[in-house]
Design a protein around this ligand. Structure first.
Ligand SMILES: [Zn+2]
Length: 220
């Protein structure tokens, strides 16, 4: 291999707290749908774990020891026309989730679409904090933020075709930035099958009106 490090599946393996936080959010949504808002709120707060925030920051933060790009990236063409980033359409995003489910194609952690996070935030604005800075964001919703990542970066000519796009988490997307897979030392994620699990991305939140729970019933 000429001294090159072996390709890796992701920058940093997920820590157990990520699965624990996802389980808490899943339970919170189930509680919400049963009308148990106080329980849902408590579990959403519990999922806001400092360890999860630290995991994300260790990958996408400045001078990350995990997302180090080696060898040095190929020089980009100076003065090349800037192509504005093109977000995949709703239909393309739908096709991506149909193929990839609701897990990062690099590190495999569960993900939640931004639209779903917003629905939950509107119902629980205190528990689901979401500011402009990373530190002001609920750690689990930040870590599990679904991204639509171009494998060959858009600025290098990569398009929105399904073969060039994957669902990722925030850390895997922003940790790589505008670098190619080879530059980042990452294996091609479509060479491994997607994670399949019961995790539904919390998509069931807000789809149906919550049932009237026992805590909403006043004694006669
Ligand atoms: Zn990931």
């Amino acid at each position: 291999m000429d001294g090159h490090p072996a390709l890796r599946a992701c920058f940093r393996a997920p820590i157990p707290e990520i699965a624990q936080a996802a389980a808490l959010l899943d339970a919170a949504v189930t509680a919400h749908l049963r009308g148990q808002a106080a329980q849902a709120e408590a579990w959403i707060r519990q999922a806001d774990m400092p360890a999860v925030a630290a995991w994300v920051e260790s990958i996408l933060g400045r001078n990350s020891p995990y997302a180090v790009i080696r060898p040095a990236p190929a020089p980009r063409l100076a003065g090349a026309p800037r192509v504005p980033a093109r977000m995949p359409s709703a239909q393309e995003r739908c096709q991506l989730h149909a193929r990839d489910g609701f897990h990062c194609r690099f590190c495999g952690i569960p993900v939640i679409r931004q639209e779903v996070r917003e629905r939950i935030r509107r119902a629980y604005p205190q528990a689901l904090r979401w500011g402009k800075r990373n530190a002001e964001r609920h750690a689990a919703f930040f870590a599990l933020w679904a991204q639509y990542d171009h494998l060959l970066p858009h600025a290098l000519g990569g398009g929105n075709e399904l073969s060039n796009m994957v669902i990722t988490c925030a850390a895997c997307n922003y940790g790589r930035g505008g670098y190619t897979l080879a530059e980042a030392g990452l294996a091609h994620p479509l060479e491994q099958p997607p994670v399949r699990s019961a995790w539904d991305g919390l998509e069931r939140f807000g789809r149906a009106p919550p049932a009237v729970g026992t805590d909403a019933v006043l004694p006669q």
